[in-house]
Design a protein around this ligand. Sequence first.
Ligand SMILES: [Zn+2]
Length: 269
Amino acid sequence: MAAWNLTDVIDVLEAAYPPGRAESWDAVGLVCGDPAQGVEKVLFAVDPVAAVADEAVEWGADLIVTHHPLYLRGTTTVAATTPKGRLVHRLIKNDIALFTAHTNADVANPGVSDALARAVGLTGDLVPLQPFADDPWRGLGRVGDLPEELTLGEFAAQAAAGLPATAWGIRVAGSLSRRVSRVAVSGGAGDSLLATARAAGVDVFLTADLRHHPASEFVEAGGPALIDAAHWATEWPWLDTAASILTARGVNVETRVSATVTDAWTRGY
Ligand SMILES: [Zn+2]
């Protein structure tokens, strides 16, 4: 018999990632699963996709915790006629619950961007790039310093080495010889934080999913250098933080961080 049930595990996760802090458009929390079911094995992954479900079934997971929601915009059916419906069927048939912590994990302290900042080599104090008005220690993105000044090229190589490998790797906009020490990062799509990063006076902003026009205009205007990494890779470092929270709170479950690369882009040429 499992000593912990799903409700207990969710209580711990929601203490770290309060659902009330999620964006209004977001869909976080329990997607499927019986709150009374026992939980012995918890798999952490970025995306609730078929490859992750395969891994969960094979390993015998009772719960998958993902960063991305399965249904962000709602649905009227979970019939197994769609990929998401098939996923729901697969999980329920195998007694696997699914729980998501998305924007509420982004803004937490420590949250998604703290883990990203550490992965790319920021070692000192970190502050939110866009703090909440009512809490300066929580919010989107993080700003911090490198332990020593690097060239942009050196920092890019260090960031690439610190993040899990993906088909495309990372892209850099700016002179590679430029000196950088103050860095802003934001896990996932960071387009909306470009102006905030410029106002923060950082030397480089590392995020994902940057588009041509916003990036081009930003660099033309003399903004900080940009590093665009794979969306999945920028959020993956957080999985270990989330798994550690269960361990640190004494939740007696086995945890595993999925190494399955679920970035949308599977090959670069
Ligand atoms: Zn994301």
